[in-house]
Design a protein around this ligand. Structure first.
Ligand SMILES: CCCCCC/C=C\CC(=O)SCCNC(=O)CCNC(=O)[C@H](O)C(C)(C)COP(=O)(O)OP(=O)(O)OC[C@H]1O[C@@H](n2cnc3c(N)ncnc32)[C@H](O)[C@@H]1OP(=O)(O)O
Length: 286
């Protein structure tokens, strides 16, 4: 057993009740640095660190889940979700998990993603996504689960581009999208698989602020999180649930069905062929 996540204290006045270093015991020796947790004054920074592109493999998804559980266990009030990989927030689901998979791993992969979404979208903690790079598909989903999104300006894009890969975002991705940018924008963007520049994302409400550089974005993310944390926690959380609870309930009640739908769809010849071609196109680029 090796630690997957290290949680390092660097502040003298923590709200989080942790010892100097908390190590979460998980089941693989090779996963020790996928998520970096840093304790700040009154909140935490959760930084994804799976170079080159923070793709959401099974292990990465589980590492994020474990990190959130650890924060909850330590009564953390809020966190900033960001990336420790320059230029990339997250490239979304690891396509290799869905390409020529074993059924067992594919099921565990999807079930872990469901768990992460339920945890993040329904979190009692306040959260801000500091989007410091590309955020397609699953990367966009992670950002949308947060209470606020601050994006660094530049060449990065954000959106749900699943249709471009010949796949379909599941209903709970769609629900998260609709709750963020509304029905009309979602219907159009989902069909087209649109990826938005920071300014375009700002215009449709997919992000809340665009800042010129990572330093400015970090400062704004911190002040944004502090603003959320100043609101009485229960009132803030229940208000958030007014918007999110229907979507959360829908997945909770239909997890098994959603899992079967995903496995059946992902393993069709057409999807496998499409994913293979997409992977090749990514590799050719290099
Ligand atoms: C199947 C049933 C329905 C399922 C519904 C699923 C819902 C959500 C699906 C997803 O999240 S699918 C993932 C969608 N993501 C993308 O389309 C992004 C693809 N990647 C890119 O566009 C680019 O990599 C980038 C993020 C813009 C970064 O570009 P950059 O030039 O910096 O890096 P690359 O050279 O392209 O990539 C480096 C390296 O990483 C590999 N890679 C990139 N993205 C992924 C990924 N999502 N999964 C796995 N691997 C990925 C890429 O192939 C390169 O590998 P090497 O060539 O270095 O081996």
């Amino acid at each position: 057993m090796m630690s997957l996540v290290t949680f390092t204290r660097n502040n003298a006045l923590p709200l989080l009740r942790t010892s100097i270093t908390v190590r979460i015991q998980l089941n693989s020796a090779s996963l020790s640095s996928l998520v970096r947790l840093e304790e700040k004054q009154g909140y935490a920074v959760v930084a994804m660190h799976k170079p080159p592109v923070n793709s959401l493999s099974l292990e990465m998804i589980q590492a994020l889940s474990e990190s959130l559980s650890e924060l909850e266990k330590n009564k953390c009030k809020g966190f900033i979700l960001t990336s420790a990989c320059p230029g990339i927030f997250s490239a979304g689901l690891d396509i290799r998990e869905m390409y020529q998979p074993t059924e067992e791993r594919l099921k565990e992969f999807w079930s872990s993603l469901q768990t992460l979404w339920l945890q993040l979208y329904g979190s009692k903690m306040a959260s801000v996504a500091l989007i410091n790079g590309h955020a397609p598909a699953g990367g966009c989903l992670l950002a949308m689960c947060c209470d606020s999104r601050i994006m660094v300006n530049g060449k990065s894009k954000i959106g749900l581009n699943e249709t471009k890969l010949g796949i379909v975002a599941p209903f709970w991705f769609k629900d998260t999208f609709v709750n963020t940018i509304g029905v009309r924008q979602s219907e159009r963007a989902l069909q087209l698989g649109s990826l938005f520049t920071p300014d375009e994302a700002l215009k449709i409400g997919l992000v809340d602020r665009v800042l010129p550089d990572p330093e400015a974005a970090t400062a704004v993310a911190e002040s944004e999180l502090k603003e959320f944390l100043q609101i009485p926690a229960m009132a803030r959380y229940l208000s958030k649930m007014r918007i999110r609870e229907a979507a959360l309930k829908d997945l909770l009640e239909n997890r098994e069905k959603d899992l079967n739908t995903f496995v059946n769809f992902a393993t069709t010849d057409a999807v496998q062929k499409g994913l293979g071609i997409y992977l090749q196109s990514l590799a050719k680029k290099n």
